[in-house]
Design a protein around this ligand. Structure first.
Ligand code: CUA
Length: 333
């Protein structure tokens, strides 16, 4: 090929590279990385993206050059010259992609290995998924409806499900992990910035899937230790509120006193009116039956989607606290 052609192809490649680099970097495609693992995953992403931009620019440049230089004239119906294979060219275009793809595989394998390292003293948090809520249990046995993590410490999440398959994902922490019944799956998170980020279920798990959300709050270690010791969240409010939060009731139900706005199940602020309509004994008896045997009475406009596990999952004293709390909340409204 003539030197002039190579310079022309190079010029087109530079323009194509500049445009694609601008698209890749000027638009914020990625969430901020809030953890060491996310930072490494972003590195793999950019490593592959830079390779892709270089390959794309060269291919596009050759394509544009060929269309421009070798296009047929308006009345030219003749065949082009016969072309045979070009061994050297084929070796080059096989070897270069092989090296590039292998390098991406090696970088990915290193990052995967590093991201599963929890160190010698990780914070262990058990993550339980169920239709349609997340709960988080700390080493001291306390359970919360949202996740609190200290900045800078390895945290090992032990993820399980009580029913169907769910999937744990925090976009800013980059890693996704499925939650399965009867199998413990793990991910390691090492937060690098404070803030509050969403927790999303990314496996279709039923009618409440889109609402199966919580949040993770990352704080400085001192603040985290004080929080864990004080159990501030659980101590606030009546005991029934803690039971309500720990069992994730708020992801499906609305209840003003718990700041819950779920729309999958009936509005719990209207329990008294609904109990009168249902006519199934006292308000307390109606509430208790609706929790332990939700299929016994289905409020018009809803279907039998409430899990049937709460009768066995919630200890009887906690269940009574929850019933009293819901009955009181309803009466006062
Ligand atoms: Cu749980 Cu989708």
């Amino acid at each position: 090929m003539r030197r002039g052609s190579i310079i022309q192809i190079g010029a087109i490649a530079l323009v194509a590279g500049a445009i694609t680099t601008a698209v890749a970097t000027l638009i914020p495609w990625m969430p901020v990385a809030a953890g060491e693992e996310a930072t490494r995953i972003h590195f793999v992403y950019w490593f592959a993206t830079v390779i892709s931009i270089v390959v794309f620019s060269i291919v596009i440049a050759v394509l544009i050059f060929a269309v421009w230089k070798f296009r047929a004239g308006p009345d030219d119906d003749s065949d082009g010259p016969p072309i045979h294979g070009h061994t050297k060219l084929e070796i080059v275009w096989t070897a270069i992609p092989a090296v590039l793809v292998t390098s991406i595989a090696i970088v990915s394998a290193i990052v995967l290995a590093q991201n599963s390292r929890a160190g010698s003293d990780p914070l262990n948090v058990k993550v339980t998924a169920q239709q349609f809520a997340w709960t988080f249990t700390y080493p001291n046995g306390k359970t919360y409806g949202s996740l609190m993590l200290p900045k800078g410490r390895h945290t090992r999440l032990d993820i399980i499900s009580k029913d169907v398959i769910h999937s744990f994902w925090v976009p800013q922490l980059s890693q996704k992990q499925d939650a399965l019944a009867g199998q413990h799956n793990f991910i390691v998170i090492t937060p690098t910035r404070t803030g509050t980020f969403p927790i999303v279920c990314t496996e279709l798990c039923g009618v409440g899937h889109a609402l199966m959300r919580s949040h993770v709050t990352i704080v400085e270690p001192a603040k985290f230790n004080a929080w864990l010791k004080g159990g501030a969240q659980a101590a606030a409010g009546p005991p029934g509120l803690a039971v309500f939060q720990q069992n994730g009731c708020g992801s499906c139900h609305t209840l003003a006193s718990a700041n819950a706005t779920g729309k999958v199940g009936p509005d719990l602020d209207n329990l008294k009116a609904e109990a009168a309509k249902a006519n199934r004994g006292s308000l307390e008896a109606f509430i208790k039956e609706s929790i332990v045997k939700p299929e016994a009475y289905i409020q018009p406009g809803f279907s039998d989607v409430m899990p049937h596990i709460f009768g066995t999952q919630i200890p009887s004293d906690k269940l009574d606290q929850l019933v009293q709390y819901l009955a009181a909340g309803s009466k006062s409204s």
